[in-house]
Structure formats: C-alpha cells, structure tokens
Design a protein around this ligand. Structure first.
Ligand code: AMP
Length: 421
C-alpha cells in the first residue's frame, strides 16, 4: 500500500505481540524480584563515549551498529545498543552504590542496533536483563543464570539449552590468545576474509566463526578451559557446583566467547532449537569485572544477562487472554448515550474492562461488534429502559437476559460475570 512505511528493521507491536511482551517483561521483573533484584530504567540515549571505548573489537563491531547523532548543542549521543554500560553508569551516579552490596538490579527497554534485519533480528528490539554489581563471588554467576532459567520455565518455553564457558581473565587469557594464533597462523590462506580479520584484531572472536570451511580447524582449536589459571579454574568449578544445586543442566561449550576484554570468566548463552546460525541465542550473559574501570569508574565487578523479548515471545506459548472480563455498554437510542457512558465509567470503577458504544449505529450492528470484540456481557440502554431507570443485561455465553435497575446494574453485572466464569 502506498504511504509512509515504518523504518527498515523496526516492527509495530500490535496488541497480541505487545500483550505477550508485557507478560514476559512483568514475569521477568517479578521473578527477578523474588531473588532480590530491584527494577530500574535508564535513558534511551546516552553519551556516545559510554559505548565507544578503546580500540579493537569495540570500533569494529559496536560502532558500526550504533545509531549516533549530534544534538543541537553538538554533543554526540547514541541510542543505547545494550543495557549493561548504562546500568553501571547509573550505579555510580546514584546512591545505589551506597546500599549494601552487591546491588541486584533488573531492567528492560528498547535497544537499537544497525543490524541486518532478519527473523528475530531487528534494529529496534527490547531486552529484559539483570545485573549484579559490586561482588565477584562465582555463586552470583549461577544466581543470574537461575533467574533466567526460572523465567524460561514459567514462560513455558521448552527446547532450550544452557551453553556455559569460562574465558579466563587477564592472567590466563594472553596464553590462550597466543595458542589460538599458533593454531590458526599456519592456515591463514584458507581462512575467509572475516575470520582473518578477526584473528588480526581479536583472536578470540574467531571461535564465533560459522564458516563451514573453518569448522574443522575450530574443532581442533585450543580450548579456553585448558588455559584457565588457578583462580579462574576454581571460580568455574564453583559456578558449576552452584548450577547443580539450582538443578539447572548446562552444556560446556568451549567455543562460546565474548570479544570484549572487559568480559572475564563466566560466559553463557541460552540457545533455542528453532533459532539457527548466528541468531540462535535467546539470552546472552557473563561476568564483566573490567567494565566499570573501562568506563572511568573505580573497579567494580559485575555479572548479568540480557534476553531479547522479541525472540522470547516469538517462541514462548502465547499468554492467556486478558484477565479482565469485558463488558460492552451499548446505547440502543441516541438519548441513552450519556447514560451508557456514565455506566461504562462505573463498570471500570468496579474493576471491569468496559467498551462503550454510544454512537448512532443500529443496536444490531453494535451487538455484532460486541460479539466479535470478545464481550462476555453487554449492558443495553434504550429509550424504554431510560424512561424506567432500567438496564438490559445480556450474557453472551448463553444468551440469557435480565432487566436491572440502573442503580444496581454494576453489582448485577459483576455477579453475573462471576457466576458465569
Ligand atoms: P547481546 O546483547 O548481543 O548479548 O544480546 C542479548 C540478546 O538480545 C540476544 O540473545 C537476543 O535475544 C537479543 N538480541 C540481540 N540483538 C538483537 C536484534 N538485533 N534483534 C532482536 N533481538 C536481539
């Protein structure tokens, strides 16, 4: 159809999708709260420096995908591509850091990335996530995973697997990096351009390669876990022991890496069997003990996860219908318009959802709309009812009908709905 269409990579959240996303978000927030996480929201745009830091992978991937613009005062601002750096900034700029640590926080909101649009891949999408700041105990890594896992269970989302790895820290990662270079170095000519570039800029990222020509080399590549120093090794064992205590199955996946240096130790993803290729991840998370310093703040360890709500709701069974029974208040004649409007307000005040039709269409047309619109019950006021101070109440389920004084119509409607449900 001609006209202005929505920007590429964006989607309109139509009522069903929006209901599913709100359900998922509210459930996530409530489950996180049951583990002691408090929700916060940060601005949708931030100073660009919050996301562009240092060199290497940052400039390579993040910058290319960012929506960056100058405001009228010439400041460089960026629509947030992710939620962790803003949460760390908010932590330092508020009194959250004075509260007992660790701070347990949850967030949700739209994120923006200039990605190539595809199934489950948008330029504006929504993430729900949690972060734990101020402590580096490995049991916290497992706790964050437990929040994610319980959320999945309560959403009724099966077909998932938890992929777990440790990518070491500044002590042991340099040896691993060297080992990767030694392994792939003699095969440079056979690598596709993208992977050769990864090896040059950030060797760990080559483990992300999905190129079939590289699969054999990847299989034989050194494993992060063979290079862990004592501290990282012990922490990794503690994460696994705690996951067992939570009753959560995991799959060790030595190819799972995070490109950025501030990520340390635990890296995890939740995969779904219906998501393939580079887009198979439902959730991503890990420990980022180096991030706070990279943002110019004091050292502050952290761990968290983020999940894409579009992907989660695409795969989870749809939530049940809206919990409120729906009443339609219909004017059968024009002179009843004000009465049905007042009645609809009283119905809402009594905790029911009410749609009012005070217009001039025929009662028959209005009844048809009410039936199609999912009404459980209709309240009809016409000239005759008006003169006697009555309302006709009809239950759509069995077609039964009563005449009720206007004064008590709301109570009667509630009673009838209650009986019939
Ligand atoms: P990341 O922040 O890249 O670790 O991504 C975390 C989660 O956000 C992923 O597992 C996806 O569920 C979701 N996600 C990331 N990028 C997109 C996108 N372009 N469109 C929709 N969801 C996304």
């Amino acid at each position: 159809m001609a006209g202005i269409s929505r920007p590429r990579g964006t989607d309109d959240l139509l009522p069903e999708r929006l209901q599913a996303m709100e359900h998922a978000r509210q459930l996530g927030t409530a489950i996180a709260a049951s583990y002691g996480y408090r929700p916060l929201e940060t601005p949708i745009f931030e100073a660009t420096e919050l996301f562009v830091r240092g060199v290497g992978d940052t400039t390579d991937v993040v910058t290319r995908e960012m929506y960056t613009f100058e405001d009228r005062a010439g400041r460089s601002l960026t629509l947030r591509p992710e939620g962790t750096a803003p949460v760390v900034r908010a932590f330092w700029e508020s009194d959250l850091r004075q509260a007992p640590l660790p701070a347990r926080l949850s967030y949700w909101g739209p994120m923006f990335r200039y990605d190539r649009p595809g199934r489950g891949r948008y330029r504006q999408f929504h993430q729900f996530g949690v972060e734990v700041l101020g402590e580096s105990e490995p049991e916290l890594d497992a706790e964050v995973i437990a929040v994610a896992w319980r959320w999945l269970l309560e959403l009724g989302l099966g077909g998932t697997s938890l992929q777990l790895n440790s990518i070491g820290d500044a002590t042991c990662r340099p040896q691993f990096r060297e080992a990767l270079l030694d392994h792939f170095g003699p095969h440079l000519a056979q690598l596709p351009d993208l992977d050769r570039e990864r090896l040059r800029r950030n060797p760990l990222r080559i483990l992300d390669s999905k190129d079939p020509d590289v699969a054999g080399l990847l299989e034989a590549a050194p494993k992060t876990t063979d290079f862990l120093c004592d501290g990282c090794h012990e922490a990794f064992l503690r994460v696994q022991e705690a996951l067992v205590a939570y009753g959560i199955h995991f799959q060790l996946n030595p190819l799972l890496v995070r490109g950025l240096d501030y990520y340390q130790r635990t890296a995890f993803e939740v995969w779904h069997e219906d998501l393939h290729g580079a887009q198979n991840s439902l959730f991503g998370g890990g420990r980022y003990d180096g991030l706070s310093e990279e943002l110019g703040y004091p050292h502050c360890p952290g761990v968290g996860f983020a999940a894409g709500l579009e992907r989660v709701t695409m795969l989870a069974p749809p939530p049940g219908p809206a919990p409120l029974p729906l009443v339609w208040a219909l004017a059968a004649q024009p002179e009843a318009a004000a009465t049905v409007i007042r009645l609809s307000e009283q119905l809402r005040g009594a905790g029911l959802a009410a749609v009012v039709d005070a217009g001039r269409r025929s009662l028959k047309a209005k009844m048809r709309s009410a039936e199609r619109g999912g009404a459980s019950l209709v309240c009809i006021v016409g000239a005759e009812e008006l003169s006697q101070g009555l309302v006709t109440i009809r239950l759509l389920g069995d077609g039964s009908q009563v005449s009720e004084p206007l004064r008590t119509a709301v109570d009667r409607a509630r009673a009838l709905l209650f009986q019939s449900s």
